[in-house]
Design a protein around this ligand. Structure first.
Ligand code: ADP
Ligand code: MG
Ligand code: MG
Length: 914
């Protein structure tokens, strides 16, 4: 038996059986066809029809544009079945069947062939239909639509060739609107359209309905390899071998008088997610009229008055479809003389806000489980909700008013409104000196432009993709950004840009939507609701935490964590810690103490401490002055995080970072020398700073090495930590300090310093007369520490991966130099699949982390392991952290909600209970 190439809508079960499952049926029939079949199967009224499979499309394209054997015969046979169920006959003037031809691939995508309506009409059938309907205007309106659509869509004649005669005709007759055209007019136009086809193609518009059907079917197949379709698939990452289905469906008419109509609707509000029908319809109109915006449409709810019975049925069908698909649906329908027909259903596109609300509501309605709700929301949706967004109605209005200027790749989410500037210096100047909101616009950006990008509210480029410099930097710093808006031509000299013939001059306002990639003229209002205001999101994240905290969801050796990941936050100050906690953080994974050294009243003391050199007493005196400051810093942090762990990292950067800039000082001193003046103090300072100079400070005297050379600094810090913790405990709170030693490479470094620090801790607790839990541990940033983790873990009670440095040292890259000089090209050219500073390089750095955890827990099974590098907020990296058995990920407070969802996703993806 030859292949089955054609399925009637009512044969969807056969398609599913053949393809193995529903996903397979969607691939075989295309999304539109599969859903038409599915609606038929569950008893929703769908005009009868058939689907030619995507397999037939692929066979046709592989076979030199020949229908595969048996296909056309099957299509004819299926048409007979459609005739039987409608009681009409294709090409019969006494009782004609008309059909539409609709393309439909597995994923709905632009660039595929447009729908052709009214196939089956010819001169003879038209005459017959006039007798039948007694409505010549309706018939010839339908006929001219067919000839026009057939000419432009199937035969590829320029639309203009059909629009021009119509305009000319109307002008000659003195008509303004199409509605003024009467039967004779449409009939005349049909003849003119036929002449257009004859002239352009050299053959007549086919009068044989089966010839129409055949050519339309072929045209859909060919559209799969049209340029627009290929470009779209490349951009969207859709495979090129899926093929498209062809749907041939009985026509129903919404333009047969006042009891007919047509509309499009969502089963819930796609902007807010509210559980109300949302959409538009028109009485006495055809499908396209609703979208075309020629006539003012009515809100769906008004249908209850215009067509009560159909409306009631419509509501019931919406419920039925939602119950069936368990998703919000986007539907098309037509009412023909009071009878409702559904023409399409698919999962509705919606805003991030609606994604979350609908997922939560559907869970509460019992339609889906919490797990399904969590899976439906992407981490990037949560990210979007935490950035400023455009007011939905205002943006829609801007769209309707034709204010959309351009579109490109949505490189970094969020909404930005500002005035356009075309170079980084001007952008920065206008932002800083004039206090303006700035959008920086460039063909593309370079490392020299970063100061302008940081000063800008938003970024727009006309070139480059999702991994271009502009995109990478914008995401890094959370600046909304659209890249690759290729329709925009930038004239840097004239200080203006154009898209089509719309001009935007420097200083003009634009609105950039980094979430969708759209750019608008003028200012669109934005809003940024706090997390606390977003009750559905809060609920969803609490479900995410429930999933992550399920014991047994990870399968590991005894004493390893078997629940999912916790999410902690990196926070240096009490205010950050409070925000982190309100965002759901379950600990502080990194508090960097050196920030505190930079505050104006402290920096001179820090410098005195550094300049004390060998004078231990002078150094101690300076440190004694710093101690109360540090203690106060930690006090607030422990109070804010009562009951939860707080990891405090001891001093990390090289000391010269705390000193005045060497070059500036040198210039000042030389200037004085030239003038014959003397600046003895500055000269002395300069030579001290010169003494601190290192040729590669990143790999020099910093981290634990500094503590070994000058133990007094960390001794002071540990005393401050424990005094603060003791005070907080005495006030009735529950401090849980964890002291973190940075940059360990050899366990002997810990042997040297850690016991001294532990002694201080014990001494303070004794002095204050309190006890509390605490830990001493280390950061893992140096590959050697990872490779010898079994030894390191004998002393360290916890590990925290500092994946920024660990990536630098594992790759041998200095991050700043890499991002400036070659990393962008590496990622663009695919030499590296991803920027390893954004997403953990699983094969290299990731393997090292895995080994470190295993070795560490081989000597200390209960070893707490976490990550505090920027990767801790990246969903892909979070999944890896879950897989290798970390206890927690720690990220910036703003990323905590995203990370909570990503942690739950990882737990569900690798669910050990299933
Ligand atoms: P698109 O992908 O552009 O939505 P569709 O195939 O859904 O293309 O059809 C375009 C318009 O024609 C829609 O309004 C649709 O409802 C209408 N349409 C398609 N087939 C029929 C039909 N058999 N009867 C009536 N209207 C139809
Ligand atoms: Mg389409
Ligand atoms: Mg449609």
């Amino acid at each position: 038996m030859s292949n089955k190439w054609v399925y009637l809508f009512e044969e969807v079960s056969d398609a599913e059986k053949y393809a193995g499952n529903w996903e397979g049926a969607r691939a075989l029939l295309g999304g539109k066809g599969a859903n038409l079949g599915e609606m038929t199967r569950i008893g929703v009224p769908v005009p009868p029809g058939l689907t030619v499979t995507t397999e037939a499309c692929n066979a046709y394209l592989e076979n030199n544009n020949q229908f595969p054997e048996g296909m056309w015969e099957q299509e004819l046979e299926a048409m007979k079945a459609v005739e039987k169920s409608t009681g009409k006959k294709f090409g019969d003037k006494g009782n004609p069947l008309l059909v539409s031809c609709r393309s439909g691939a597995k994923f709905s995508m632009p660039g595929m062939m447009d729908t052709v309506l009214n196939i089956g009409l010819n001169d003879e059938v038209a005459e017959g239909m006039v007798e039948l309907t007694e409505d010549a205007r309706f018939v010839y309106d339908a006929y001219r639509r067919l000839v026009h659509m057939f000419g432009s869509v199937v035969l590829g004649i320029d639309d203009e060739a059909f629009e021009h005669p119509l305009d000319e005709y109307k002008e000659k007759k003195g008509y303004k609107l199409d509605t003024e055209m009467i039967a004779e007019d449409w009939k005349a136009l049909t003849e003119m359209y036929k002449a257009v086809i004859k002239e352009q193609m050299g053959f007549d518009f086919p009068q044989d309905p089966y010839e129409q059907l055949k050519l339309a079917t072929e045209a859909v197949f060919k559209s799969w390899n049209g340029k627009r379709a290929i470009d779209y698939r490349n951009a969207a990452g859709i495979a090129h071998d899926l093929g498209t289905g062809v749907n041939i469906q009985t026509m129903v008419f919404g333009n047969m008088g006042d009891t007919s109509g047509t509309g499009v609707a969502f089963t819930r509000d796609p902007a807010t997610g509210e559980n109300v029908n949302y959409g538009d319809y028109l009485m006495n109109a055809q499908g396209e009229d609703v979208v075309a915006g020629i006539r003012n449409t009515k809100k769906i709810a008004e249908m209850s008055a215009d067509s009560p019975a159909a409306y009631k049925e419509f509501l019931a069908i919406c419920d039925k479809l939602e119950n069936h698909y368990k998703e919000m649906q986007d539907v098309e329908f037509t009412i023909e003389r009071g009878k409702l027909w559904m023409l399409q259903t698919r999962d509705g596109k919606r805003t991030a806000k609606a994604i979350v609300k609908i997922a939560v509501d559907m869970t509460n309605e019992g339609l889906i489980t919490k797990e399904q709700a969590i899976k439906r929301v992407k981490p990037s949706d949560v990210d979007t909700l935490l950035h400023p967004q455009f007011d939905f109605e205002a943006k829609k209005a801007a769209q309707e008013e034709g204010k959309q200027f351009a579109s490109g790749v949505n490189a970094s989410p969020g909404a930005a409104v500002g005035r356009v500037y075309f170079d980084a210096d001007t952008a920065e100047k206008m932002a800083k000196e004039e206090g303006q909101d700035v959008i920086m616009v460039r063909p593309f950006t370079k490392p020299d432009d970063v100061h302008g990008m940081l000063a800008a509210k938003g970024i727009l480029t006309s070139e480059g993709g999702a991994t271009s410099h502009a995109a990478v930097v914008a995401r890094q710093f959370g600046v909304p950004c659209v890249v690759g808006a290729s329709m925009v031509r930038i004239n840097l000299e004239a200080r203006r840009m154009m898209a089509g013939d719309v001009v935007v001059n420097e200083g003009d306002w634009i609105s950039v939507d980094g979430t969708t990639g759209e750019v608008f003229l003028g200012e669109i209002p934005t809003s940024s609701p706090s997390l606390e205001e977003q009750t559905e999101l809060m609920t969803l994240l609490s479900w995410a935490d429930e999933i992550s905290s399920t014991e047994g969801i990870r399968e590991f050796p005894k004493e390893w964590p078997t629940r999912g990941l916790q999410v902690w936050a990196n926070a240096d100050y009490p205010a950050d810690a409070r925000r982190a906690r309100s965002y759901g953080a379950q600990g502080i994974g990194l508090c960097r103490t050196e920030h505190m050294f930079f505050e104006p009243e402290r920096l001179p003391i820090v410098q005195d401490m550094i300049l004390a050199g060998d004078d231990v007493a002078a150094r101690q005196a300076a440190l004694d002055k710093l101690l109360p400051y540090q203690r106060a810093d930690f006090d607030g942090l422990f109070e804010a995080m009562t009951g939860l762990p707080v990891i405090i990292r001891l001093i990390d950067p090289p000391l010269h970072e705390f000193m005045p800039d060497e070059r500036e000082l040198l210039e000042e001193v030389i200037g004085a020398r030239v003038k014959g003046e003397e600046l003895p103090e500055k000269e002395a300072l300069l030579s001290d700073i010169e003494a601190l100079h290192e040729s590669n400070p990143m790999m020099g005297l910093r981290g634990v090495r500094l503590s070994v050379m000058m133990p007094e600094i960390v001794s002071m810090q540990v005393r401050a930590i424990f005094e603060a913790a003791a005070d907080v405990k005495l006030r009735g709170f529950e401090p849980k300090p964890e002291v973190m030693i940075p940059l360990t490479g050899h366990v002997n470094e810990l042997h040297f310093i850690q016991p001294k620090l532990e002694e201080i801790a014990a001494a303070v607790m004794k002095e204050k007369g309190v006890e509390f839990e605490y830990k001493f541990g280390t950061m893992i940033e140096i590959p050697r520490a990872g490779l010898t983790a079994d030894q390191v873990a004998e002393t360290a009670e916890f590990f925290s991966f500092g994946t920024n440095d660990l990536t630098q040292f594992t790759f041998g890259y200095s991050r700043d130099d890499a991002e400036r000089n070659f990393l962008v090209k590496y990622v663009e050219d695919g030499i590296l699949p991803l920027n390893p500073f954004q997403t953990i390089d699983r094969d290299g750095v990731g393997q090292l982390m895995k080994l470190t955890v295993e070795k560490g827990r081989s000597t200390r099974p209960e070893l707490e392991c976490g990550i505090c590098g920027e990767h801790g907020g990246d969903p892909n990296s979070i999944e890896w952290c879950h897989m290798i058995g970390l206890n927690y990920v720690s990220c910036s407070p703003f990323r905590v909600p995203v990370a909570r969802l990503a942690a739950a996703h990882a737990a569900l993806t690798h669910n050990a209970k299933k």
